[in-house]
Write a protein of this length. Structure first.
Length: 466
């Protein structure tokens, strides 16, 4: 019994789950496989959010559709800010590519790191986790899962559970007075799949964060008659092109007329609620489930990954995200090291003190810049605990800050900017077609050498890339 390998379940094979797989796969290549590993993934392929589906609502098995991504989605931040430190874009594509690739290209990159490894053998696809319980007597988790095509259920025990099921899937859908009288289409960003159908329509997006900004921009690109973004707290505040404007909160809706709290009103054909997502883990009992708002330092997680009330359970990717893939890597490396005993878990009171200290720093965040800085410090702290390859976090923070400025300068042109990789030093290649003119988002078109620099904005090289 003493020498038996620990059993570990990873729930979800999105980027976070795949990165957790990578940590054990790396150990295996180094000649050791310290655990018995199973990854349970409800979709038929890996990639999580990046695994696009045309479906909305329920899937072919009646399960809630996971991905909130849309056909024409392009990276909303520079790829240089998320690059894996142990697998560069240059290595994957064999050439320099632009800083803001479309969804298909990023999926290819994420999958590419595991493609030539044994990682996939650990994943049970089309298998949804139904329930997780912890038994105090045996100190093990029971994980009940269902193989969706056959309906076969399975109950297994594990020493550790890594929750990597994402938190941008269950819509936060508020009400609005009179919305039941609205005759156009009402939806949430989770179900948005493409803006072509919004051509010539007057669109209202509710919210003032990434989804409102990007879905509004997609609609503008595809020829919407107008785009209005309604904010609750602060406007997004960019210099929007003609036909794109911001208004405060909705007061009430009367048929196709939307009234705002500043006394103005507007004819609207379609409303998309871009009002964020809930932390929802329907397979977890309350004592194991993270809840609360989408923040860069959720309550109850030591070093952002260890469930304080039961430190045999971990969450990867549970934070709001500036850093993404490189942060998930740092988290996954640390989780692996805790599981295999390379890193030592402090006692409960020490962990509580650390959580309190980070939460105090989190409460002091008062601007976008300090939030980015905070997340950079968080990733740095994790990296110090592991042997994940070092990368220049200060430079990534500076890339994020330039990105924020780029959007202020030209919200419809920021994706044409180029940054320098902090991993390889390579400067991104300017994409052959400006984002606003590019209507083909396929991998093939993106990687083709066709050059069309005659149209669109020419923003040039950013200062950090020089
Ligand atoms: P997810 O990608 O959500 O993956 C979770 C996985 O868990 C899924 O495969 C799901 O099927 C599986 N799962 C869930 N529940 C169960 C269950 N009960 N049983 C089994 N499996 C389960 N990030 C960027 O870096 N750049 C971007 O441009 C960007 N754009 C985004 C745009 C949108 C619209 C959204 C929603 C997110 C975007 N993100 C972006 C953030 C994105 O969430 C992360 O890049 C990344 O996908 C998070 O990885 P994850 O593995 O933590 O979660
Ligand atoms: P976010 O970033 O969580 O933002 C949610 C937005 O919705 C934010 O602007 C909120 O305004 C707004 N919100 C929330 N509730 C309401 C109500 N009741 N009324 C009006 N506005 C509301 O979600 P996103 O979907 O934009 O982004 C999530 C991920 O998807 C992200 O990682 C991206 O990369 C893509 P607030 O400022 O709180 O007043």
């Amino acid at each position: 019994m003493m020498n038996e390998k620990k059993k570990v379940a990873i729930i979800g094979a999105g980027p976070s789950g795949m990165e957790q797989l990578r940590t054990f796969e790396t150990a295996e290549r180094d000649g050791e496989q310290p655990v018995k590993l199973v990854c349970l993934e409800k979709q038929s392929d890996w990639g999580g959010q990046w695994n696009y589906t045309w479906r909305t609502g329920l899937d072919e098995y009646g399960e809630p559709v996971h991905s909130s991504m849309y056909r024409n989605l392009w990276s909303n931040g520079p790829k240089e800010a998320l690059e894996f430190a142990d697998y560069s874009f240059d290595e994957h594509f064999g050439k320099s590519i632009s800083s803001y690739p479309p969804r298909t290209v990023l999926w290819d990159y994420i999958a590419g790191r595991l493609q030539h490894t044994d990682g996939r053998k650990y994943v049970r696809f089309e298998t949804v986790v139904r329930h997780v319980d912890f038994d105090e007597a045996t100190q093990t988790f029971t994980v009940v899962s269902e193989h969706l095509p056959t309906g076969a259920t399975r109950s297994e025990t594990f020493d550790h559970v890594v929750v990597a099921s994402g938190h941008f899937s269950f819509p936060n859908m508020p009400d609005a007075p009179g919305i039941e009288t609205f005759t156009g289409i009402v939806s949430h960003a989770h179900d948005f799949r493409g803006a072509e159908g919004l051509a010539d329509k007057h669109l209202l997006v509710v919210g003032s964060s990434y989804s409102a900004e990007d879905i509004g921009s997609q609609a503008f690109k595809m020829g919407a008659a107008s785009v209005t973004a309604s904010y609750r707290t602060n406007p997004i505040g960019y210099d929007w092109p003609k036909g794109f404007e911001e208004r405060p909160a909705i007061k009430h809706i009367d048929g196709n007329t939307v009234h705002f709290i500043d006394g103005t009103s507007k004819h609207i054909d379609a409303i998309i609620f871009c009002t964020g997502y809930q932390h929802k883990y329907p397979f977890l009992p309350a004592d194991l489930a993270l809840s609360g708002p989408n923040t860069v330092y959720p309550e109850g997680l030591y070093r952002g990954v260890v469930w304080q009330n039961n430190p045999a359970m971990y969450y990867v990717g549970a934070q709001d995200q500036w850093f993404t893939f490189n942060m998930f890597d740092a988290q996954a490396w640390y989780v692996r090291d805790l599981i295999v005993g390379r890193a030592e878990l402090p006692a409960a009171d020490e962990r509580a003190a650390s959580i309190a200290e980070w939460r105090a720093r989190f409460e002091a965040i008062d601007s976008v810049a300090t939030e980015i800085e905070f997340q950079g410090e968080y990733v740095r702290d994790l990296l110090r605990q592991t042997d994940y390859p070092e990368f220049d976090i200060d430079e990534v923070v500076s890339i994020f800050n330039s990105w924020v400025e780029d959007k202020q300068v030209d919200i419809m042109g920021y994706r044409d900017r180029c940054y320098r990789s902090v991993i390889t030093g390579t400067i991104a290649t300017k994409h052959h077609t400006p984002w606003l003119q590019e209507l083909d988002d396929s991998l093939e078109r993106y990687l083709s050498d066709e050059v069309d620099l005659s149209v669109g904005s020419d923003f040039g090289l950013t200062s950090t890339a020089r």
